[in-house]
Structure formats: structure tokens, C-alpha cells
Design a protein around this ligand. Structure first.
Ligand code: IPM
Ligand code: MG
Length: 369
């Protein structure tokens, strides 16, 4: 049995609580002899700043470079509101994404039938929803230079962020979207703002050319990013795969997440390019939700997005498709049986704690034989 090198970076806030539930799931797979893991743990975000005065240490970056997959919890919180900008908790995550070359961020938004009523939209709008946002993750306004605040001659200041994309960057993320669409409902919606942005014009041209050259079997549509946000809350089931840039992807994926009932439900995968020699991709898996400092340490957090992120690692990094199906099936079983953490419980009904939800998922894994 292959041993997979896994680096756990629980981070701040609810990160450690939800990661602890992944550890119980990992132990179950090991105990059953279904998979073997060599696990390392590290610090990222505010806790790393407290320990090392930087948002991720060189040692932990090295562990991340060597890992087959990184599992990331969440970073940030009011405690670190005043740390220098380059050391803020989010800088740890951005460095991991950039240094590991994780350009492809896969953010599925699936509405479990049992949760259609937890969404703020009407059940018929979200029931059975299954869309995938493919967000470009290492370019655009997040990393473009110059990125600065300068003082002008009259003493006023000017803040600058730079939105920049090259054709290879657009090409490789759109390729990922087309390939994934072929395994789903075969439709890609490309979201940009070519009506106001040069990067949008280039994005549209590049995806159109790639489509004609290699993916004409896939349906392609172009949608302006603001319209896409509106369509997502109007009738989200029109979408299959949405491909978009870093900033639009950040926003659209939060909208998509909420359609499913709770931010606590959604996993994500961030993948690098395939290594030509080994066929492996660097990868980081994280829940879409943040560190939720307001509920940290209270056992209220929903661990499903974190556990679902581990399921994505099984699928995309370890090729353990059966194990991934089993884990995702166990999550659906638990939801089907009515078990709910507070974020997805109907008002006035009973909710279980973070660890009770984790235990219920392990029990459901066991029950699947
Ligand atoms: C996300 C988050 C991050 C982002 C933050 C924490 C830097 O919102 O992963 O969506 O903006 O990419
Ligand atoms: Mg975000």
C-alpha cells in the first residue's frame, strides 16, 4: 500500500477544530488498511506569526514542497489585525499558493438534497445543484505588480493593485475547466469583464481560441462576471463549470457556497501543473470558509468542508477514487439522517457539535462496509 505524504496546516480560529475531525477520518482509513499516510503538522497564519514572526516558516514551506498534499484549515483573526501587512495571516496562504504554483482552484458547490431548505434561496432553485467554479489562483490582481500605496506630492495617497494576465496563464486554467467539463455536463461558462477590462478582452479571446482548437466538443459560453453573480442567485442550475480569474473567482465562489446552505459545507482543491517526470501535481486542499474567530473553540464549527477537502485529496492527489466516493457518500448519509451542526440546523432544532459531526461521519464510513 502506498504511503501518502500529508502535511496538515490547521491554522487559526476554527481551523484546528475542524482539522481534528479530519484526523479521526484519516485514522479510520488507516485502521481499515484502506490507505497509508505519513503525516506532518505545521503552523500557518496567525499562530505561525506568534511562533516565528512570519505567516509560514521556511521549514513548513519545505514540508509543503515535499508533501503529496497539503491540508489547510483556515487563517486569520482579530488578534493579528495589526501585524505588519507582509506578515498578516493571509500571507501564509498566498505564499503557499504562489510558491507551490497552485494555479487551479476547484470550488465545487453541491447542494445536498437534505439541505435544500437551509439555503437562503427557494429550495427549487438550489435542490440538486452541482456546479464547479474553476478559479485562477496565482495571477491577476492578487499578485500583479505594482501593488503599493504611494504618497503623492500634495500629501494625498494613491493605492494601486495591478490586474494582469498573460495568454499562457489564461490558457492553462481554461484547459483545466474544459477537461473537467468533459467529465461532467460538458459546459463551460467563462466569466470576465471584457466590457471594461483589457484582461477581460484577452481572457475572452484566449478561451475562444483554445475552445476552437482543442475543445470544440464542449459547450462554451461567455458571461460578464457581474451578470454571472446575478445569474447565480437567479437560476444557478444553468451552470456546470464556471471558469474565471482570481478576484472574480473569490467573489463568485462565496456566492456559490451560500447557495448550498452554508459556507461550512464546501471543500476546495488547489492544484499545480503536472510534473512531466513524475506525473504528480502539487496540491493543497482547504475549506472555502474562513477561520470564524467568533465561534472558535466552542465546538460549533461544521467540519464537513474540511472533511470534504480531504475527500478531494483522496480523489485528486492519491487516486483513491473508491475511498473518496465512500467518504463523500458517508457525508451525504449523515446529512440524510438529519444530523446537523448549528449552521445548517433549522431554527429551533437540535444541533450536534463539531466532534459529534466528525464521529457521525466515521460511523457512516463504517456502516458502508
Ligand atoms: C479564499 C479567501 C482568500 C482569498 C483570503 C483568505 C486571502 O477569501 O480562499 O477565498 O481571497 O483568496
Ligand atoms: Mg474568498
Amino acid at each position: 500500500m502506498a504511503t501518502h505524504k500529508l502535511l496538515l496546516l490547521p491554522g487559526d480560529g476554527i481551523g484546528p477544530e475542524v482539522m481534528a475531525q479530519v484526523e479521526t477520518v484519516v485514522s479510520w482509513f488507516e485502521k481499515r488498511g484502506l490507505a497509508g499516510f505519513a503525516i506532518e503538522k505545521g503552523l500557518v497564519g496567525g499562530c505561525a506569526y506568534d511562533a516565528h514572526k512570519q505567516a509560514i516558516s521556511e521549514g513548513d514551506m519545505k514540508l509543503a514542497q515535499d508533501a503529496d498534499a497539503v491540508l489547510f484549515g483556515a487563517v486569520g483573526g482579530p488578534k493579528w489585525a495589526d501585524v505588519p501587512y507582509q506578515h498578516r495571516p493571509e500571507a501564509g496562504l498566498l505564499r503557499l499558493r504562489k510558491d507551490l504554483g497552485l494555479f487551479a482552484n476547484l470550488r465545487p458547490a453541491i447542494c445536498y438534497p437534505a439541505l435544500a431548505s437551509a439555503s437562503s434561496l427557494k429550495p427549487e432553485v438550489v435542490e440538486g445543484l452541482d456546479i464547479l467554479i474553476v478559479r485562477e489562483l496565482t495571477g491577476g490582481v492578487y499578485f500583479g505588480e505594482p501593488k503599493e500605496i504611494v504618497t503623492l506630492e500634495d500629501g494625498s495617497k494613491r493605492g494601486v493593485d495591478t490586474q494582469v494576465y498573460t495568454t499562457p496563464e489564461i490558457d492553462r486554467i481554461c484547459r483545466v475547466a474544459f477537461e473537467l467539463a468533459r467529465t461532467r455536463r460538458n459546459k463551460v461558462s467563462s466569466a470576465e469583464k471584457h466590457n471594461v477590462m483589457k484582461t477581460g478582452v484577452l481572457w475572452k479571446q484566449t478561451v475562444t481560441a483554445l475552445h476552437a482548437k482543442d475543445y470544440s466538443d464542449v459547450e462554451l459560453e461567455h458571461v460578464l462576471a457581474d451578470n454571472c453573480a446575478m445569474q447565480l442567485v437567479r437560476w444557478p442550475k444553468q451552470y456546470d463549470v464556471i471558469v474565471t480569474d482570481n478576484l472574480f473567482g473569490d467573489i463568485l465562489s462565496d456566492v456559490a457556497a451560500m447557495l448550498t446552505g452554508s459556507l461550512g459545507m464546501l471543500p476546495s482543491a488547489s492544484l499545480g501543473a503536472e510534473d512531466a517526470a513524475t506525473g504528480k501535481r502539487k496540491a493543497l486542499y482547504e475549506p472555502v470558509h474562513g477561520s470564524a474567530p467568533d465561534i472558535a473553540g466552542k465546538g460549533l464549527a461544521n467540519p464537513i468542508a474540511m472533511i470534504g477537502s480531504f475527500a478531494m485529496a483522496l480523489r485528486y492527489s492519491f487516486g483513491a477514487i473508491e475511498a473518496a466516493d465512500r467518504l463523500e457518500g458517508a457525508i451525504a448519509d449523515v446529512l440524510g439522517s438529519g444530523t446537523r451542526t448549528k449552521d445548517i440546523a433549522a431554527p429551533g432544532t437540535n444541533a450536534v457539535s463539531t466532534s459529534e459531526m466528525g464521529a457521525a461521519i466515521v460511523k457512516a464510513l463504517e456502516a458502508r462496509g
